[in-house]
Design a protein around this ligand. Sequence first.
Ligand code: 56B
Length: 378
Amino acid sequence: MCRPLLPELAAFLVSCVGSRGHPQWHHAGPARCRCRAMEGFLFPKDSAKFIAENSKDVLIEEEGVRKVAETLFDKVSAKEFSLAGWKSLHELNPQAVSDDAVNWVFLADTLNFSFWSEHEDHKCLVKYRGKMYSGYWSLCAAINRALDDGIPITSAAYYATMTLEQVRHVFRSDTDVPMPLIEERHRILNETGTILLEKFGGSFVSCVKMSEKSALKLLRIIIENFPSYRDEATFKGKKVAFYKRAQILVADTWSVLEGKGDGCFSDISNLTIFADYRIPQVLVHLGVMKYSNELMKKLHEGVMFQTGDQQEVEIRGCSIWCCELICDHLLQLYKKKGQNMRERINSVLLDYYLWDYARDHREDMKEIPIHRVRCIYY
Ligand SMILES: Nc1nc2c(c(CN[C@H]3C=C[C@H](O)[C@@H]3O)cn2[C@@H]2O[C@H](COP(=O)(O)O)[C@@H](O)[C@H]2O)c(=O)[nH]1
C-alpha cells in the first residue's frame, strides 16, 4: 500500500513555491488543488481547464460526459480498467519488474510519437514472432525484435551513439512504408541517451529513485532534463502544456513497476490523460466531444495541422478536460453508493481503457478522422 499522499504533494508544492516564490492556486474541486506553475512548468490540468473554457471549435458535451461515466461504472473493476491490464493485456510490454523493464519503458516512451500513415491500408508494419504489428505496437515489436537479435537497444550507452543507418535497421518496417520521422527518432535517441548517461548514470531508474515515489516530481525531472518531452504551446497568449509523452512515461513506469516499490506513486491521480491523436477520436465517437463544422470539414479533407495551432490545441486541451470531468463524475457515482474509489479511478486508467477501446473499435470510428500532425510530441 502506498504511503499517504500528503508528504509527497506537500514537498512538491514547497518546491513550487521555492522556484517561483508564490504559486498561484487553482482550486478545481474539493480534493484537488494544484500549484499553478513553477518557472516554465505548467500543470496540464490547469492548461486543459483554461483551453476548454476558451475553446471555439471543440465543444464538451456534458450529457455525453454523464453517459460515458455511467457506462464505465461497471467497467471499473474489469481488467481493461486496471493497472494489471498493462501487462496482462499487452504481450509486447515487459512482464518483469526490473531495471531492464524500466529502461525498456523509457526507450519506448522516448519514441512514442507519430505512427499514423497517409493511407490506412498502406502503412509501416513490423513482424515479430509471426505476428504483424502496426502503429505504436510496431515500435514495441521493433524494440523486442532488436533485443532478440542481441542489439542492446534499451541501453543508453548504445542508443546515445547509434548512427542513422543503425536506427533505420532497428526500426525497419516489413512493408515498403518506413516508420515516420526516422531522422527525428535518431536525433532524439542520441540526445536522450547522452543526457541519461551524463546526468543519471545511464539508467532511468536513477530518475525514478530521485522522484521519491512522487509522480509529479518524476514528471518535473523528465521535463527539466529531456528537451524532447517539452510538449508545450501558447494559447490565447498563455503558455499551456500537455506533456503527453512525459506523463505516459510516468504512467508506464508506474505500470511496469506494478505500483510497488519505487513505482508506488501515491499522487498518480494528479496526472491527466495523454493527449495523443487517438483519444480525441474516441471521445467524439462516444459523444463526449463535438467539433465545429469548419473543423470537421478540415479533418475530413486530411488537412495537416502544426503543433500549437489553435484548433489542434483545442482538440488536445478539451480531450484532457472532458476526461477529468468523466473521472469526477465516476467518483461521484460511486460516492453516492458510499464507495470511495480514488484508489481505483484516475485519468491514467481511464486513458488506458479508452486508448485500448479505440484500438479495438477502429472500424466503428472510421467516420471520425484523426487530426493530422507530424511531430515528436505525440
Ligand atoms: N493516450 C494514449 N496514447 C497512446 C497510448 C499508447 C500506448 N500505450 C499502451 C501501452 C500500454 C498501455 O496499456 C497502453 O495501452 C500510445 N499512444 C499514442 O497513440 C498514438 C498511436 O496510436 P496508433 O497509431 O493507433 O498506434 C500515438 O500518438 C501514441 O503516442 C496510450 O496508452 N494512451
